[in-house]
Design a protein around this ligand. Structure first.
Ligand code: RFL
Ligand code: PHB
Length: 389
């Protein structure tokens, strides 16, 4: 088989890139390790920046998002019994949209399928060959049958555990990592959200987040120990712990019910440099991970897709290598800012096992500064709604 761009990974990065390239007349093939149902069963991001919404518009798959997504003009932040609001629209002129990553992915699959896009599911043993040469190719197998795709470029959109990043030799690759000493236990429940905006809560028992998917589907998270397992937490224990971490007024209003999904995610900050090696480009979680506290993961994946899709478009339309050559530096410049924000917001909101009395005072001072200072709120809002591409 021959194509212009072989895309490894059928998560949101790979599908969005494939759909945008298609709209520009550039063919691609997506190789996904799992089944479509499996990809759509993963509950992940919920908050979309304007930049991602614009890209989905450009990709022609934002109709349902506009009809069903929720516009959020601000967020609530609580600590102890205090709670304040940061108004995104007032400070930046831009809200965010609450619409699940699962739904984004579903819409992207529908668009690729409607356009006759090629997606190979349940592929195994993907190997990227000659990425540093002029004629790269990818080999893999599907149900025991060996296959090969010859291509001009390879897009590594295969997430943190994929093969693309590993293809770049260690002599070229530089990795930066911070692992946090806690995880997030998340549940999804068919209950009305406790509040019409998200609540990020710093409590002495640890962090909690009240989020949502729609008016009868709530997403809640609590900071947990890395040794916890989802099955250690009954629904009753989860609700009880959540209530103790959010302001009393909210806890009283909280409607509880059976969880329909429960999982634990570790928290990590990670960046690999460079994001390009010859004709291989890394995109999204394949190149960087952020802790979910600032809702930046999917959104940062989207900005990579933006830079790469424009770079490839320019190459196929004009023959210019300028966008391709600057891809890594441009993507990384924005990635590091999202890393900084996610690290800062995580540090502000969680309890750390080794936190000293001084560290706690600094956290509270930082929260009080944010509550009372317009410039600090504006800086937070600018980062939360997404820095410009
Ligand atoms: P994905 O989604 O991991 O997709 C990669 C795809 O590649 C496939 N794959 C392979 N395919 C072929 N061959 C191989 N060898 C392969 N290895 C892997 C995988 O099966 C998969 O389908 O990466 P992508 O596309 O870059 O998308 C990134 C986002 O998924 C991620 O950044 C976000 O989910 C992070 N995130 C959030 N981001 C936000 O912007 N806002 C949020 O509110 C938000 N909340 C979250 C989050 C992530 C969470 N978890 C579970 C990590 C909340 C949570 C709890
Ligand atoms: C979510 O709804 O899953 C969500 C929202 C905001 C975050 C992280 C996750 O910061």
């Amino acid at each position: 088989m021959k194509t212009s761009v072989a895309i490894i990974g059928g998560g949101p990065s790979g599908l969005l890139l494939s759909q945008l390239l298609h709209r520009r007349g550039i063919p691609s093939v997506v190789l996904e390790r799992k089944s479509k149902d499996y990809v759509l069963s993963r509950i992940r991001a919920g908050v979309l920046e304007r930049g991602l919404v614009d890209l989905l518009d450009e990709a022609g798959c934002a109709d349902r998002l506009h009809a069903e997504g929720y516009v959020h003009h601000g967020t609530l932040i609580s600590y102890g019994d205090e709670m304040f609001r940061v108004d995104f629209t007032e400070h930046t002129g831009t809200p965010v949209i609450v619409y699940g990553q699962t739904e984004v992915t579903r819409d992207l699959y529908a668009a690729r399928e409607a356009a006759g896009g090629q997606i190979e599911y349940e592929v195994e043993g993907v190997v990227i060959h000659d990425a540093d040469g002029t004629a790269p190719y990818v080999t893999y197998s599907v149900h025991g049958e060996e296959r090969r795709i010859d291509c001009d470029f390879v897009a590594g959109c295969d997430g943190f555990h994929g093969v693309s990043r590993q293809t770049i030799p260690l002599s070229v690759r530089r990795e930066y990592e911070k692992v946090y000493p806690f995880g997030w236990l998340g549940i999804l429940s068919e209950t009305p959200p406790v509040c019409d905006e998200l609540i990020y809560a710093n409590s002495e028992r640890g962090f909690a987040l009240c989020s949502m998917r729609n008016e009868n589907l709530s997403r809640y998270y609590i900071q947990c120990s890395l040794s916890d397992k989802p099955e250690d937490w009954t629904d009753a224990a989860f609700w009880q712990e959540l209530k103790r971490r959010i302001p009393a007024e909210q806890a009283e209003k909280l409607v509880t019910g059976p969880s329909i999904e429960k999982s634990i995610a570790p928290l990590r900050s990670f960046v690999t440099e460079p994001m390009r090696w010859g004709r291989l480009f890394l995109c999204g979680d394949a190149a960087h991970i952020v802790p979910p506290t600032g809702a930046k993961g999917l959104n940062t994946a989207a900005s990579d897709v933006h830079y790469l899709y424009h770079a490839l478009g320019e190459f196929y339309e004009t023959g210019s290598h300028a966008g391709i050559d600057s891809y890594s530096a441009r993507a990384l410049a924005r990635v590091w800012k999202a890393e900084r924000f996610s690290w800062w917001f995580s540090s502000l909101m969680h309890r750390y096992p080794d936190q000293s009395a001084f560290d706690l005072k600094m956290q509270i001072a930082d929260l009080e500064f944010l509550r009372s200072n317009v410039a600090a709120q504006k800086a937070m809002a600018e980062n939360y709604v997404g820095l410009p591409y």
